[in-house]
Design a protein around this ligand. Structure first.
Ligand code: CA2
Length: 166
């Protein structure tokens, strides 16, 4: 496991309705709130030497603006785009333009759910996808991001840390 300290934070972006976590549909999304998820992700980040910008918005344009911000100010992106996962070519375009490693997370196993959840635009920009493991998936995504960033840094130093690998 990498314990490399990165100056730039990893952006953890959460999309529409994820602010409702813990309040409704616990059978699908569990009992933990988004604040609980954030605490887990930040604990994992501290363990692997990363810092996070953990955010949530119900607005597609806001999420896209944050992806643009991450392009300059971030080292990677962990994205649970909520329902926009399955609809947003605009968010995909932003993620592809960011030229940062992207890890996609879903609390639920989208492949066990309705067919319209089986396709993800976000996946087209993602190095990897974690789904169905609840809040634990965010911890795993942070750990995986640390490994990706360490591997990229090893390939060409800090300037290469954000570059996608084939
Ligand atoms: O499983 C996931 O993490 C999802 O990204 C959650 C999205 C859903 O549209 C995706 O297909 C899979 C939904 C966001 C959370 O919505 C809630 C609605 C009511 C109560 C709690 C959460």
């Amino acid at each position: 496991m990498a314990a490399l300290m990165h100056a730039k934070p990893v952006y953890v972006l959460n999309g529409p309705n994820l602010n409702l976590l813990g309040a409704r549909e616990p059978d699908v999304y569990g009992h933990e709130t988004l604040a609980d998820v954030r605490r887990r992700a930040e604990s994992a980040a501290a363990r692997v030497g990363l810092t996070l910008e953990f955010r949530q918005s119900n607005h597609e344009g806001q999420l896209i603006d944050w992806v643009h911000e991450a392009r300059d100010k971030g080292s990677g992106l962990i994205v649970n785009a909520g329902g926009l996962t399955h609809t947003s070519i605009a968010l995909l375009d932003a993620l592809q333009a960011a030229e940062l490693p992207v890890i996609e997370v879903h609390l639920s196993n989208i492949f066990r759910r309705e067919p319209y959840r089986h396709h993800s635009y976000v996946s087209l920009a993602a190095k990897g996808v974690i789904c169905g493991l609840g809040a634990k998936g965010y911890e795993l995504a942070v750990e995986a991001m640390a490994d990706v960033l360490a591997a990229n840094a090893g390939k060409g130093g800090p300037a290469a840390a954000g570059k996608k690998t084939p």
